[in-house]
Design a protein. Sequence first.
Length: 400
Amino acid sequence: MPTTIHHRTLIIGGGNAGISVAARLRRAGVEDIGLLEPSEKHFYQPLWTLVGGGRAPAKESMRSEASVVPQGVAWIKDRAEDIDPDGLLVTTASGIQISYDYLVVCPGIQLDWDGIPGMADSLKTPAVSSNYTYDLAPKTWERIRALRSGTAVFSMPSGPIKCAGAPQKIAYLAADYWRQQRVLQDIRVVLVLPTPGMFGVPEFSEELERVVARYGIDVLKSSEVTEIDGAGKNVAVADNAAETTSSIDFDFLHTVPPQSAPDWLKATPLADPASPGGYVDVDKYTMQHARYPNIFALGDAGSTPNSKTGAAIRKQAPVLVENLTAVMAEREPTARYSGYASCPLTTARDKMLLAEFDYSMRPAPSFPGIDTTRERKDMWYLKRYGLPFMYWNLMLKGRA
């Protein structure tokens, strides 16, 4: 028989979302919280763009998981493999069954490296990298630093991904470095975007058009990489608007995998039947599950139609905790999440465009009196120093 343990509230996932919610629940006086998380390491992932761009050390993005788990929360060092919402049970990889009264689901997003033919193998070759893992981000900087001429391709997959600006950010950091090294004129920089515009909000899209023009970047819109030959240093690119496919020989490729909810989560009754990515089916305002009122979800594995960013979690967590504690007290959940997300787009090695927006897809600035529709040097310091400080010292402690 499997071992069964019980927690009144169980949180699946000890990343940004899980730790932020656990800390806020403890601050609200909630007891008997279990946190299910297999990793001994906790990462501040937004820093990986700067690692890949040679503007921050990788080790600064990592701390031990033990150091961020809030006091009074029981850390179960295991991985979720199934959820039975009718039986109020979660089954782990080691066969333990955890029963719960209330469940918060935030295991993060899955990187589907095999989603594009050749991608996984290409990462083992010298000329291909990705900032989407801690181990590969330093390789990105090595390749950028070494390139003096040729073709550099930066690609973005279709569908929701965490930090949708990241595939662009590294292109700008690289182009600015090559400009400083006076070799940019010898490098063809190609940015492959699945979208018809640079960004979904016109004000930010217009600024990014100016940025790519400044660097002379060749932007292939409504396009995506469909196959990678790492050894042959070649990518196939489909133009979805023209319904044509071309190939590009590269000397450096920064690639980003398609992403989805974890496979095990897709197979549970919690998945949104209308979502091809298998995300948890929640009300986009209350974060409560559409069919199971004692279950909530937030972060990258949720079905809310916002950009999957840490800034979104910062606004979702207090809403979720307020609504979960209301349900615990047998009240209606009334707190609402506006869809706020923020994408700090590094446009140069010392400039950033802080794109803030909500469900209306209109700018939603946090800094009164500052024009955040333009790239700014002061925003660079926010990205490099302010946001990491806020993450480790405020967000993860339920204070911001």
